[in-house]
Design a binder for this molecule. Structure first.
Ligand code: F3S
Length: 281
């Protein structure tokens, strides 16, 4: 049996950087309390492993009662007000905000400071978007559908600065930007979509079109894993969802010649390797 594992399966650069940072802090600071502001990734096993080593997941409300320790900021980033609150506490802050997200914070801060209207194309409930919003010095707009764009009360003669949530769909982004071009003269549009997601999806499409069975590994509530599953299912009807190694029924792949494996952005390499090894056995 031939097994094809996607090169882009699993953690993207920013998530890997944040997870590695937690383990690094654990190694270097044995008796210091270590906190992550929100779960570091959408993967219960990884979060549980960190908790068993002493890492505590805290929320924004807990910050003001912190007396000491290290607080690690996850790759999604945080609003400026939360960053300022952390800085005012007696704690060490390890900022693992993905540099691609940090860049959006800088753009939004600079352009809002100049008095431009800020639009973030993305999901307003997502922590990354909430973080970005918090760097705008003027009230900013968040939209993700053409209908929402039409409802905005923009000032046509005022310059508009558009950015996107890093995981937003590029085609949808283009459609929305086109709409804005019909409403406002002066637009600065920065495509801040990160291609890690795009590359992972393109590779999943390509592999699932070539194999007899496709395995998609990731958390049930991870939206990017669900998306990967849908993409693969379109190309290969024998596509299966695996959360942990226990979900994997080897009957799915018996008498298959070619099996493909991919995984969502919060799936650790270890699980991918375990699934691969089980296929080989
Ligand atoms: Fe990951 Fe950073 Fe892109 S967290 S998806 S590499 S923006």
């Amino acid at each position: 049996m031939e097994i094809k594992v996607a090169k882009t399966a699993g953690f993207c650069f920013g998530v890997k950087r944040a997870v590695d940072q937690v383990y690094k802090q654990l190694e270097e600071h044995e008796n210091v309390p270590i906190y992550t502001l929100g779960p570091i990734i959408h993967n219960e096993e990884v979060v549980r492993d960190m908790e068993s080593k002493g890492v505590k997941v805290i929320q924004e409300d807990d910050i003001s009662s912190l007396k000491e320790g290290i607080v690690i900021i996850r790759s999604h980033g945080i609003p400026k007000a939360v960053s300022d609150l952390l800085a005012s506490q007696n704690v060490t802050v390890v900022d693992a905000t993905c540099p691609f997200v940090k860049k959006i914070h800088r753009i939004v801060q600079e352009h809002s400071r100049k008095g431009e209207q800020i639009v973030i194309i993305g999901n307003s409930n997502h922590p990354e978007v909430q973080g970005i919003l918090g760097w705008s010095e003027t009230p900013a707009f968040v939209v993700q559908t053409p209908e929402e764009v039409e409802k905005l009360s923009l000032t046509p003669e005022k310059k508009l600065c558009i950015v996107a949530q890093t995981t937003f769909n590029y085609k949808k982004f283009q459609i929305l930007v086109e709409k804005f071009r019909n409403m406002v003269y002066d637009i600065e549009c920065v495509n801040t979509i990160c291609n890690a997601t795009q590359e992972r999806q393109a590779e999943a499409t390509q592999i699932s079109a070539e194999v007899d069975a496709m395995l998609v590994i990731g958390g049930r509530n991870s939206s990017n894993t669900q998306k990967l599953f849908e993409i693969c299912k379109k190309e290969c009807k024998d596509t299966y969802y695996i959360q942990t190694l226990d979900d994997f029924d080897t009957r799915w792949i018996t008498s298959r010649n070619k099996v493909g494996i991919t995984a969502g952005a919060s799936t650790p390499k270890k699980i991918i390797e375990e699934v691969q090894a089980k296929c080989q056995n």
